[in-house]
Design a protein around this ligand. Sequence first.
Ligand SMILES: [Fe+2]
Length: 355
Amino acid sequence: MRRISVERVKDGMELAKTLYSIEGNILLNAGIKLKESYVNKFKEIGIGEIYINDSLSSDIFIEDIISDETRFEARMAIKKAMDHVMCGNNLDAKPVRNAVGKIVEELLSVKDAVINLQDIKTVDNYTFNHSANVCVLAAVTGISMGYDSSKLKELCLGALFHDIGKTKIPNEILNKPGPLTPEEYEIIKRHARFGYEILKQNGELSSYTSYIALTHHEQYNGEGYPLGLVGKAIHEFSRIVSVADVYDAMTSNRVYRKRLNISEVVEYMISLGNHQFDYEIVRKLLEHISVFPLGTYVTLSTGETAIVVDNNKNFPSRPVVRLIKDPSGVAYENFNEIDLTSYNSIVIADVLDDI
Ligand SMILES: [Fe+2]
């Protein structure tokens, strides 16, 4: 299985992962043969990438770290909560709390979760998918930091609700397909305080939840908003959510830009550790991120093209790869696999969109 951009879909390609709508309804079943004519439909509903199976990748299995059902439940719960608030109703936190309980329970039962699968997000429903992802990434970080179940639930509730204040920001600004003016940016920044107010009004939520919404854009160096807090004055929960938030935003396709490769995002986040972020927290999250996810096409320093077939937990930048093409671009007849931990002189030179 490997991930491709929908523009590269060709007649007869096999879909490897079932595609669902935001409501959890099946759009296309795994195993179906795709047609080039689907490309426009994919684009119409905002799907930019899919997983396919082909002869080079059919033995590579990429699993999500939580079940599809739990992911849908989390997305739907936050969507309903946000729709409700947008219509002027009081917040009902119960469905979100239930979803958080399941995420925490599932993740605590996985030993050493490594994230290989990137959630296929539709651009339209970005906020709900993003909120669910931030919750999962925050939970993985919290587990890595030794959090127990009740602490994880507090963290995850705030993570799932972190952007609820966006319900008070005009859609034209939120989904503007271009750079924001300074005035528009000032309006967007208000979502942190709006979120705090919405969550504080709910008597069932603890002050951690509203505090996370208020401070998830604070930065370790004091350059964040709305309070300009510095370092450990920002609660650990918010430092975790801010790392998860930026990581997920950068690895997602947005209306105004294409996603970055994981390896680029990892490099960026390490370089900003202890400036924008708490470096210890960045490190804890990255322990669970596959820098070169399974099924990624890469160019090696030898000039050969390869596909990532396995990861080495302690050496994230040195996976096991299957060699596909020689340096002149000619396909090998037999595909040999090499473990880059045993070939120190060979490095991954580039990540390819496709071959
Ligand atoms: Fe935000």
